[in-house]
Design a protein. Sequence first.
Length: 356
Amino acid sequence: GVWGSAGALVAAALGRIARRPVLLLTAHLDEADDAADDIEVLTGAPATLFPAWEVDIGTEHVNDEIAGERLCICNLLAGGEGLGDNRDSSPGVLVAPVMAMLQPVPTAEALAAGRLSLRRGDEMPVETLFQWLVAGGFEHVEQVDQQGEFAHRGGIVDVFPTGSAQAVRVEFFGDRVESVRLFDLDTQRSTRTVDRFDLTVAAAGLQTDSARSTSLLDYLPAETVVCMVEPAEVRELAGELFRRLEETRAADSLRLLDPEGVFAAMGRFAQGQLFTFSPRRQGRTFDLGVRSLQRVSLNTHEALEELGELAATAEVRVYCENPAEEARFRELLNASHPALAARARTAVGHVHAGFY
């Protein structure tokens, strides 16, 4: 009985109640995008999307934005900043389409081998940093504004590494790292001083060697709960994608992980399976009683009457696209259904598929 955007809400609520990180797995890319958005709107807490390349990807795309986002999540998890520690930089729910789980990530060892730590007070000639950046695929530019770029002015080097949400400014005094500061790309002004910053080369994000690549599952904390939306559809699509791309894959393109191996590896985690309709296989099944909004009348007066009945026994929250729409809806409620207006809550936000 999990209709519409309720699946995203159930996964987030499960993680919050159990105080455990959650991986929410969907069949399609757009479903993952929608679920991540819905979690933030419905709970007020951000979810993190683990993205997939939409097509068979070759090594020439190593510096792209998706590679950076995937690397950023791997770096976060590899650093011990688990999904459920409630810090802004560490998401409680990670949302991924199944394609993203079939596309490998670098092993922790490969990630570490492609990392350079910059610490305040370290002895390091600036030429050494230049050589490392160039060898790692970074582009030398006048002013940094995209991932994979670096710039140099006197004894100052700006770097925006692939796989990082922050750009860093390193100031040298001779062969010594004098300071390490984060800076704002729009203003180009420093925002915060840090003692250490880890750079990761872009090439670490695209490993085709099976000995140096693995599944994202290997980065997840052991207490993670894996939630699958319509598991049969997820498994069927994974098999289809694997067969189709393996038949057409170019020699230098990214291999996919065997879906059977990926699903077997999920067995070491606690799991929740979300269905719109009752599953054929019975077991520890819970009917959440969620209903589709399609059952609500399209007539405005009748729909408000039905909402009024719901509000008598449950909390009703109506999401509006913008403040003006919310104000108009409030005016309508106050004028025609004052009792409902007193009980119903409104908020601004886009819910992709409503439910009740």
